[in-house]
Design a protein around this ligand. Structure first.
Ligand code: SF4
Length: 382
C-alpha cells in the first residue's frame, strides 16, 4: 500500500451512489434524478483502490455521498463501501463520510448507521412546514416536511445532531424570525443557508431580480442579529466562514471549486469530474460533459493530466485573475464558483454573477457591518 503523497491535491471526494431522488423539489438542478441505477461494486473498488493510494490524496479526506438522495440506497451498501475505502486507506490516514439527505427515509437502521464514528449527516429542511412544503414536494405534489422532521427527531433522540441546510427562496426572505424560531424549537444548532440558484436543469430563480439583494441583506441582518443575541443556541455557517475570511483573508488555493482536483466528483457509472460538483452530469457546447475520464478504465495519472491541460482549467483560472483585477471583494471571496459563472453567463472566465452578489458581496457587507456595530457597542460600554 502506498504512503501519502507529499503534495496532496484532493480534500473532498463527491460520490454519487445513485442519481435518483425520492422527492422532486421545485428548485432542484440535478439531471437524471429519476434514474434508479446504483453505483456498482466495480466502480467502488476502482475508486478506492486507484484514488486512495494515488498522489492526489493527503492525510484527511472527506467522502461526501450526494448528487442524488443517498438514503435511497440501503445502509448495508454503504457498510460495504466504507469497508472497501478502509481496506485501501493509506496507513495513518483519516477518511470521514458525510451524507446530504432530505431526511425522509431515516429509520432505526439509519440511526444505528450514523451513530458510528466518522459518519455525518446533514438534512435539507427549509424551515416550518408552510415554507418548506412550498418547494420540497414529492412527485405526487405532497409536502415532505413531516417526514423530514420525523427523521431529524429520530437522529436527535439517538444523540446524532444533524446540521440543517435551508435553501433560501424569495419566499424565505421575509421569514428570518420564523426560521430562527423553527431551528431553536427543534433543537437545531448548526445551520447553513444556500440560495436558490440558476443552475443545471433549473434555469429560473426567484432569487434573481433587482429587489432581491436588499431583501437578502435584510434577511441576513435580522437572522444574524437573532443568532448573536443567543450565541449559545446556534451557529451559522455563513457567519463562521465570513468572519474567518474577513479576519484572515483568503490564501492562494483557498477557492476549492476553482482548484483542479481539490474536489473530485465520481458519477454512478465511474465518470470523473472536478471543480464545482454541480458540473457533474451536465453537457455544454464548449466543455462537453465536464468529464475527464472514467475510473473503471483510465489510470489516475491520465485523468490528472487531462484536467491540468484542459481548456476548462485555463478559463477558470482566467476567471480568478479577472476577479482579482476587477473586484474589491476578491481578497475575501477568492473568485467565486465556476459552476455559477458557467450556468449564469456560459463563461468560467466571467466575474460577477447574481449568486456572488448575494452570497459573497451582500453577505460580507452584512457581516462586516454587524462586526463594526458590535465593536462600537463594546467600545462605548462602561
Ligand atoms: S464577489 Fe464575485 S466578482 Fe468578486 S471576486 Fe467574488 S466571484 Fe469575483
Amino acid at each position: 500500500m502506498a504512503a501519502f503523497s507529499a503534495s496532496p491535491l484532493t480534500d473532498m471526494l463527491i460520490m454519487q451512489p445513485t442519481a435518483f431522488c425520492n422527492v422532486d423539489c421545485g428548485y432542484c438542478y440535478l439531471p437524471n434524478r429519476t434514474d434508479k441505477r446504483r453505483m456498482s461494486r466495480e466502480v467502488l473498488e476502482a475508486v478506492f483502490s486507484k484514488l486512495l493510494p494515488s498522489r492526489l490524496i493527503g492525510e484527511r479526506l472527506a467522502v461526501v455521498w450526494h448528487a442524488g438522495e443517498p438514503l435511497v440506497v440501503p445502509p448495508g451498501w454503504y457498510e460495504d463501501a466504507i469497508a472497501l475505502a478502509e481496506a485501501h486507506r493509506p496507513p495513518g490516514g483519516l477518511i470521514e463520510h458525510a451524507f446530504q439527505s432530505n431526511g425522509m427515509l431515516v429509520d432505526g437502521g439509519w440511526v444505528e448507521f450514523f451513530k458510528r464514528a466518522g459518519r455525518r449527516i446533514s438534512l435539507s429542511i427549509d424551515g416550518p412546514a408552510w415554507l418548506h412544503d412550498r418547494h420540497r414536494r414529492t412527485r405526487a405534489g405532497q409536502g415532505t416536511h413531516a417526514r423530514a422532521v420525523q427523521g431529524l427527531r429520530l437522529l436527535q433522540a439517538a444523540g446524532v445532531a444533524p446540521a440543517v441546510i435551508t435553501v433560501l427562496t424569495r419566499d424565505s426572505l421575509g421569514c428570518a424570525d420564523a426560521l430562527f424560531d423553527f431551528y431553536a424549537e427543534h433543537g437545531i444548532s448548526d445551520v447553513a443557508f444556500n440560495v436558490e440558484e440558476l443552475e443545471g436543469t433549473h434555469m429560473t430563480s426567484s432569487m434573481a431580480g433587482a429587489s432581491v439583494e436588499e431583501a437578502y441583506r435584510g434577511f441576513m441582518r435580522r437572522f444574524i442579529a437573532r443568532m448573536r443575541a443567543a450565541p449559545e443556541a446556534m451557529t451559522l455557517r455563513e457567519w463562521r466562514d465570513a468572519t474567518a475570511v474577513l479576519r484572515f483573508g483568503v490564501a492562494d488555493g483557498f477557492n476549492q471549486e476553482a482548484e483542479p482536483l481539490r474536489i473530485v466528483s465520481v458519477a454512478r457509472d465511474g465518470a470523473v469530474s472536478t471543480f464545482s460538483p454541480e458540473l457533474l452530469g451536465f453537457r455544454d457546447e464548449r466543455y462537453d460533459d465536464f468529464v475527464f475520464g472514467n475510473i473503471l478504465v483510465d489510470p489516475v495519472e491520465t485523468i490528472i493530466a487531462r484536467v491540468l491541460s484542459s481548456r476548462l482549467r485555463r478559463e477558470i483560472r482566467s476567471g480568478l485573475e479577472n476577479c482579482r483585477r476587477t473586484c474589491g471583494w476578491f481578497a475575501w471571496c477568492g473568485g467565486g464558483s465556476p459552476s455559477n459563472k458557467i450556468f449564469e453567463t456560459g463563461d468560467p472566465s466571467a466575474t460577477e454573477t447574481a449568486y456572488c452578489r448575494l452570497t459573497r458581496q451582500a453577505l460580507l457587507d452584512v457581516v462586516l457591518s454587524t462586526l463594526e456595530e458590535e465593536r462600537a457597542f463594546t467600545a462605548t460600554r462602561p
